[in-house]
Design a protein around this ligand. Structure first.
Ligand code: FES
Length: 115
């Protein structure tokens, strides 16, 4: 489990980039849901934690591909590959992330250890 922060420290509407390899983006939506996906867009090196959340989707800040926070699926080009989605739990008021065991889809030019 990756320990993120106290739930009280991530207000609804906020997102957080968490150091991991590759980094993880944790979202607390306006509706009060918590999601975690890989932070790095699969198109180029952009941080999805810096993107715009609408409903259950985040729009990449660089070229506006949108990723589903629940599944990591991408539904708008130019990104073509999904990001990984991770399971989020709150334990004793602390947000924790169970990292996916799948291989991450990193953008061209990036590999594990370089992001
Ligand atoms: S870097 Fe995310 S869509 Fe291009």
């Amino acid at each position: 489990m990756l320990r993120v922060c106290p739930l009280a420290a991530l207000a609804p509407g906020d997102a957080l980039r968490v150091a991991a390899d590759p980094p993880i983006a944790v979202f607390h939506t306006e509706d009060g849901d918590l999601f975690a996906i890989d932070d790095t867009c699969t198109h180029q090196d952009a941080s999805l934690a810096d993107g715009w959340v609408e409903g259950c989707e985040v729009e990449c800040p660089l070229h506006a591909s949108r990723f589903d926070l629940r599944t990591g699926a991408v539904d708008a080009p130019p990104a073509k590959r999904p990001v990984r989605a991770h399971r989020v739990v709150v334990v004793d008021g602390e947000i924790q992330v169970e990292l996916s065991t799948q291989q991450p889809n990193l953008p061209p030019g990036l590999s594990l250890g370089s992001v």
